[in-house]
Design a binder for this molecule. Structure first.
Ligand code: ADP
Ligand code: MG
Length: 336
């Protein structure tokens, strides 16, 4: 199968009604987009590299899902509505057994969000997937990292830490009962971008980011760009890990408890959860819960912003926990 046959077979969808806003899709030198009048484009790229972001033998269907999910998560964090994306793909070989499930996983999530594949590039090389996603947001309504105010509540959506738990288990650093691993692995390999919540938080949240590298790191970006710090409640945070004894894994045949310190490490610093971390003034607390309800995404208040820079994690009695909790950084261990 040649390059153009590959594109036509897996990434071009003739006969499909043109997606809204797409005047010309895959097949020409450029795609043509027709923006909705009175909106700004929100644009973001994320690259997934084999051996770094995923195991080379990962199920291609879930990989297709995840490659787009991590990009949609950035749109969610901005409160933008997904419209279109491009796919730049380096492949060691053109194998139908890989391409078919990969494209199905990718396009199923795209269709679920009304986000059209409008073009890309395909080349031979080490497996590498780069997606650029485009969404729309009314001017002035995008959720920025820089908008947090002193005294705002800090919230996260859904649950945190399960992806990191699964990764540690798959790397052989930790043993988990099969049912717990299956639950955690689902979060690692098929994250749910919180697009509906991001849209519902427009005009409610003061700042937002998605949790891709770890809660403390990603909240840290909001705080740095807003000139603030925060204190988080460790007891509330640890309850956010789902695939452990802290929620109920009702099997009864084995002890699913993982050490509290490990659970907290996964929640605070584990990456790949793709939840939203955001801030909102206390006066918006009811509006935050209404946004959570409307989008079907639970949110939990975990702390408050403060003037003192940095993030402090305290136990139930207000005593600071020592840490350190290192969030993920691709270049952290390399000399600069
Ligand atoms: P060019 O040589 O002009 O860059 P290509 O020959 O690389 O164009 O691609 C032909 C068409 O197929 C273009 O419309 C391009 O956007 C599209 N395309 C290439 N690779 C992909 C892909 N992986 N997914 C979707 N569309 C693709
Ligand atoms: Mg090209």
């Amino acid at each position: 199968m040649g390059e153009f046959e590959l594109i036509a077979r897996y990434f071009q969808r003739p006969g499909r009604a043109l997606d809204a806003g797409v005047a010309l899709g895959v097949g020409d030198d450029c795609a043509l987009l027709q923006p909705t009048p009175g909106t700004q484009w929100a644009v973001s790229s994320d690259m997934l590299v084999s051996g770094r972001h995923f195991f080379p033998d990962v199920d291609p269907r879930t990989l297709g899902h995840k490659a787009l999910a991590v990009n949609l998560s950035d749109l969610a964090a901005c409160g933008a509505r997904p419209r279109a994306f491009t796919l730049a793909l380096a492949l060691p070989e053109a194998r139908a057994e890989w391409l078919q499930p990969f494209s199905e996983g990718l396009l199923a999530l795209a269709d679920a969000h009304g986000c059209a594949l409008i073009g890309g590039d395909t080349t031979r090389g080490p497996l590498n997937i780069c997606i650029t996603v485009m969404g729309e947001v009314p001017p002035g309504q995008a959720l920025l990292r820089s908008g947090a105010q002193l005294g705002d509540d800090v919230y996260v959506s859904g649950t945190l830490g399960d992806a990191a738990l699964a990764l540690q288990c798959l790397q052989g650093k930790l043993q988990l009962p099969p049912a717990v691993l299956a639950q955690a692995r689902q979060r690692l390999e098929q994250p749910t971008p919180r697009v509906a919540l991001g849209l519902a938080l427009r005009g409610v949240a003061s700042a937002a980011a998605d949790v891709s590298d770890g809660l403390l790191g990603d909240l840290g970006h909001i705080l740095t760009q807003s000139g603030l710090g925060a204190t988080l409640d460790a007891n509330i945070a640890i309850e956010l890990i789902a695939a452990s004894a802290y929620s109920t894994v009702a099997t009864g045949t084995f002890d699913t408890k993982i050490p509290a310190a490990l659970a907290l490490q996964c929640v605070l610093a584990g990456g790949d959860d793709y939840e939203l971390v955001f801030t909102a003034p206390p006066a918006q607390a009811a509006a935050v819960q209404a946004a959570a309800q409307a989008s079907g995404t639970p949110v939990t208040r975990i702390g408050r912003t403060e003037a003192m820079a940095g993030v402090r994690v305290v136990d139930g009695s207000g005593t600071p926990l020592p840490g350190p909790w290192a969030s993920f950084d691709h270049f952290a261990s390399q000399p600069t």
